[in-house]
Design a protein around this ligand. Sequence first.
Ligand SMILES: *Cc1c(COP(=O)(O)O)cnc(C)c1O
Length: 428
Amino acid sequence: MNLQKSAAAFAEAKRFMPGGVNSPVRSYSSVDANPPFIARGKGSHIFDIDGNEYIDFVGSWGPLILGHAHEKVVAALKAAVEHGTSYGAPTELETKLAKLVNKIFPSMQVMRMVNSGTEATMSALRVARGFTRREKIVKFVGCYHGHSDSLLVNAGSGAATFGEPSSPGVTVGTARDTIALPYNDLSAVEKIFGQCGEEIAAVIVEPVAGNMGLVLPKENFLRGLRDVTKRFGALLIFDEVMCGFRVALGGAQEKFNVTPDLTCLGKIIGGGLPCAAYGGREDIMRNVSPDGRIYQAGTLSGNPLAMTAGIETLTILLDGDLTAKISARTSKLVDGLKLAAKSANVAIQTPQAGSMFGIFFSERPVTNFDEAAAANQTQFKKFFASMLERGIYLAPSQFETLFMSAAHTDEDISRTLDAAKLSFEVCK
Ligand SMILES: *Cc1c(COP(=O)(O)O)cnc(C)c1O
């Protein structure tokens, strides 16, 4: 595979941007390779500037559940752009998208549109703190909620109940208010609440975790979080930025029948444009400015183009049983991957939730960050490189989730499985 033009473009990009990219994982540093530079996408395929074509299982890291350049989304955007790109004033589009979101996520009685998942989680935490008048939050190691200070925190050492900054620039003071616990460990949560439950404003969780590879919640984990937060008057925040519209149309809260106080959405909600939302119980959300005193704002929030792409995408998802169809196609691929790995005698784990799936090179099921981190990196790198060479575009790390779209065909799946058979052979 020729990647000469991409390599030159990467070298030039590196002069002006850290790692040559605007979001770190794109730089391929964890697979010791150069990223293809993308020229365009159509359906389930993307094309790089060297003329290579790939079957895309990244989907812009989740948003593109309908595939690239979906005809209806493109047509709606073309029509919208003719009317201007932003007004900073109310439009009917915002209410239309909010209504759709409320229909799919009934727990989001009142919501705010923002521009990124980072903003959604950061704002939801402020609301939780403002509403409860408490300062501490609980998060789980390996869950990613964007890059705001409070959430870039690791578990502290030993018996410490407060976290440590996971990035330079996050202050020790901020990290002290965040408690980071192992995912799926309900007894650790109970213990912390026993120690300082009256100080905890909220527990924030990816109800299906997709940012340490795909890790599913254990039976009763989410229900347990609901119970303990309720008992102590803390809020439960589901960060469904990734798993919303994917594990079920109505997200993990629908699939597991656990209702959070606040929900964060992103990625799919903007149909490929920058958009996210946070919202939940009306009595909580009415405290947001200007109804209440908790401040949060955004110049481009509710942007008409983002609203248009979101409305179009959600409308298509609501029509028929598309979510189930994409999930079934995902199962088909996952079953094939399992078989291919088995006949190559390579131990893998292939968790799946709806249209999300993952591959861990691990003998044992992965239920938390430590177990994910123990998966075999060398095997993944070899597998990744071989798949890319064969035109299969996967996330360049096994600590990322892979996504199926409505545009993937049976032929895409059989081509992917053909490539996987050969690629498992090279990573023994
Ligand atoms: C992607 C993601 C975010 C951050 O969203 P951005 O739009 O990248 O800021 C937050 N939470 C989860 C679960 C995510 O997957």
